[in-house]
Design a protein around this ligand. Structure first.
Ligand code: ZN
Length: 247
């Protein structure tokens, strides 16, 4: 899921090699959305189906001029015959379901994976980091802030573990973030220069200038409603997911 930007290209190839595979062994790539930093290496996976939400596909063909994360060349990264549009609730492998997660972008999606430790949600930029999970507010919105925040709440209500777009995976214990790993943060600096670390208690979301011009389709992210069941085998629990509806 998500192929990253070209600055991570070598790392991506190394990480695949560490698992004994190469990019052409992969037959399915899910793109959470079409922002540059999530898709640029998609050309490496030239034997894979490329899965995108249909609203994202429609949007990337005509992105807003102020949307720097979806430059006009974005659509040229994809060949039509490899693209597959996906919808909320689709099961793409055993225990692996697509979740519509709109708001950060028009057609953001997340992937829910039933694991022995419960439901893992690969949220990408629908939940960029632990602050978003704790505050229930998406930190960077290119499409619709209200939708984005409802998506955060929806995903948090299902997930046992979140894999965020720009942070390490974590569990949420009440409002406390519990990271699954304890990797250190490395800071590279000029010798002799102090490192200033700032703690931010009040982080305001960034909204794309011109966001009010972003329009249809309107996707409702209901708290209650019709849904589908996702079976989390390891945890032996059944989770009802409310379906997103398009108006
Ligand atoms: Zn993004």
């Amino acid at each position: 899921m998500d192929t990253g930007h070209v600055g991570r290209r070598s790392l991506l190839i190394e990480m695949l090699a560490a698992r004994g595979i190469v990019a052409t062994d992969i037959d399915m790539v899910v793109l959470s959305h079409a922002h540059w930093d999530h898709i640029q290496n998609v050309d490496l996976f030239d034997r894979a189906d490329i899965l995108l939400h249909r609203h994202e596909l429609r949007y990337l063909r005509n992105p807003h001029p102020a949307d720097y994360a979806t430059p006009p060349w974005t659509g040229r990264l994809f060949t039509e015959e490899r693209l597959r549009v996906v919808a909320d609730g689709e099961e793409r492998a055993s225990g692996v379901n697509i979740l519509a997660a709109p708001g950060h972008s028009a057609g953001s999606l997340a992937v829910a994976v039933a694991t022995a430790d419960g439901l893992a949600v690969i949220a990408a930029d629908a939940i960029q980091n632990g602050i978003v999970a704790a505050t229930r507010r998406n930190i960077m919105v290119f499409w619709n802030a209200e939708q984005a925040d409802r998506t955060v709440a929806r995903l948090m209500s299902y997930a046992d573990v979140i894999y965020p777009g720009h942070d390490h995976p974590f569990r949420l214990n009440g409002r406390d973030i519990e990271y699954l790993d304890s990797r250190p943060i490395n800071v590279t600096r000029v010798p002799g220069q102090a490192v200033h670390v700032e703690k931010q208690d009040d982080v305001q979301p960034w909204l794309m200038p011109g966001i009010e011009q972003q329009g249809a389709p309107r996707v409702s992210v209901p708290a209650r409603g019709r849904g589908f069941i996702l079976q989390s085998r390891g945890a032996r629990r059944r989770i009802r997911l409310q379906a997103c509806t398009v108006r």
